[in-house]
Design a protein around this ligand. Structure first.
Ligand SMILES: Cc1ncc(COP(=O)(O)O)c(C=O)c1O
Length: 374
């Protein structure tokens, strides 16, 4: 195993050698806020998995989001992003970065005509998107966005956290952003983030990330690297279970709708089948009944922790009460696919038969509670 370089600083035997490293004239390390061998090892693994020349690894997924946005935007830059984009990313662009003069257009990722119009009327400097989206797993047409971005010269950034490091490589996207906290680390015990892309783009981000102090600790880098050793095994098992859970839920009368790109009835199924290697381990459902039914359903589950995040060993649920409107007005939240019955499940590594029993029992209780109320 590679050692964990749990050191803040690195010295060489001579001043000449040290100077060479400080001036980047020879390879080596000087100070861990800038570079550290354990972090570098993880960067190379991330780049290999995502199929890019290089990667930058930082202290959290949000550090990766801000680490990609801040150096690439300036006052007057226009950003295209989507209603379905992760809420803190929308807050960063629409709140913090707006104070520094960046502007943005917010559309639904489904709105193909609106996206084309936005490119024609006000070509963005940068387009930021996710696929599948949170929480109803809409599928973005990556080829369409790549074509528009190429023609207009916009930088195209895909937050690929939900799809994972093994997906969407070689699609012509300029930068891939990941919360490594999720599938890469995989055990729910460490936070990290990454941006992967061409060597030249990653070099543009590296200096600013150090200036912002977004550094990942070497021990955390080791934990993520260790998580990566079982990445495909975990991902495959959780994805297979998610497909079983989705099929089970789709057959339940108290479930109005199941959002899972692997189901043939999902609006993005064919696109997902073309552009994805697997359909992932997140399943979102629309529960019948109202607020009370959702509370009974959630509280009746014994194998699903009520907590944020995805891609952990254990199964997780975020019900409508916690999803809220994702910072959107009522009409925009509806366009983003959010309803009072939406609950997002992240399927873990438990036996899928146990998960299905647990969900079946909770659905029966929720449905009985709804009937008792009527
Ligand atoms: C799509 C997406 N991007 C970024 C992040 C931020 O990652 P982190 O929690 O590691 O900062 C998350 C976290 O949930 C996410 O779901």
């Amino acid at each position: 195993m590679a050692p964990i370089y749990q050191s803040v600083k690195f010295g060489l035997d001579t001043l000449e050698a040290t100077e060479g490293v400080w001036r980047h004239a020879r390879p080596g390390y000087s100070y861990s806020r800038d570079r550290n061998p354990s972090v570098r090892e993880l960067e190379q693994a991330v780049a290999d998995l995502q199929g890019t020349e290089d990667a930058l690894v930082v202290g959290s997924g949000m550090a990766a989001v801000s680490g990609a946005l801040l150096p690439l935007l300036k006052a007057g830059s226009h950003v295209l992003l989507f209603l379905e984009t992760y809420l803190p990313t929308r807050r960063l662009v629409g709140g913090l970065l707006e104070r520094f003069g960046a502007t943005h257009t917010l559309l639904s990722i489904d709105d193909r005509a609106g996206i084309e119009q936005a490119f024609a009327e006000r070509p963005p400097a940068l387009v930021w998107f996710e696929s599948p989206t949170n929480p109803v797993l809409k599928i973005a047409d990556i080829g369409h966005l790549v074509g528009l971005a190429r023609t207009s010269g916009a930088l195209l950034v895909l937050d690929n956290t939900f799809a994972g490091l093994h997906q969407h490589g070689g699609t012509g996207v300029d930068l891939y952003v990941h919360s490594l906290t999720k599938y890469a680390a995989g055990h729910g015990d460490v936070m990290a983030g990454a941006v992967a892309g061409s060597r030249s783009l990653i070099e543009r981000l590296r200096g600013p990330a150090a200036l912002l102090g977004a550094t990942l600790d070497p021990h955390a880098a080791f934990l993520v690297s260790r998580g990566l050793k079982t990445y495909f095994l975990r991902r495959t098992a959780a994805t297979e279970s998610a497909a079983e859970v989705a099929r089970f839920l789709a057959a339940q009368p108290f479930v109005r709708r199941v959002h899972y790109p692997g189901l043939p009835g999902h609006p993005g199924h064919e696109l997902a089948a073309r552009q994805m290697a697997d359909f992932g381990s997140i399943v979102t459902l629309e529960l019948g009944g109202g607020e009370r039914a959702m509370r009974v359903f959630t509280d009746s589950l014994t194998l699903f922790a009520v907590t944020p995040s995805v891609g952990s060993t254990e199964s997780l649920i975020v019900p409508a009460q916690l999803l809220g409107s994702q910072g959107l007005g009522r009409e925009a939240a509806a366009r983003a696919g959010l309803t009072a019955g939406t609950a997002r499940l992240s399927i873990g590594l438990e036996d899928p038969a146990d998960l299905i029993d647990d969900l079946g029992e909770a659905l029966a209780r929720a449905s009985a509670a709804e009937e008792a109320q009527e």
